[in-house]
Design a protein. Sequence first.
Length: 123
Amino acid sequence: MKKKLLVLVTALVLVLTCALGLIACGDGFEEGTYTMYMETGDKEVVSMGDYELKDGNITLLGQKVGTYKVDGDDLTVTVQGESAKYVKSGKMWKYTEDGHTALIVKKGEKPEGYTVKTAADYN
C-alpha cells in the first residue's frame, strides 16, 4: 500500500512539474529590440522606429525614453508620464484608442494581418 501511494505522489509531482514548465515556456514577453508601428489606414502601418526594451526601461538611440511593465498578456508603456496598455495579439502587442492603433513587434518580425508601408509610400 505504501509503495502504491509513493508511486502516485511521485507521478503527480512529475506531472505538475511538466505542466509548470510548459506554462513558463509560453509566448510571453522577451526583452530585446522592438519596432513600433502606427496604423495609417485600413490594416496599413508605418514604422515609428526601433526601441530597446530591457530591465523595465525603453531606450531609443541609447537614451531612456520611458518604462514598461509586463503583466501576463498586458504590456504597459509609460512615456513622459502618459501610460498606454498594449494587449498581446499573436506575436505582437496592440493598443487602440480613439480609432488610432499602435503595434509593438519584435524587430525582424512583421505585424500579423497588416501591410507595412514606408515614409516613401506617402510622398
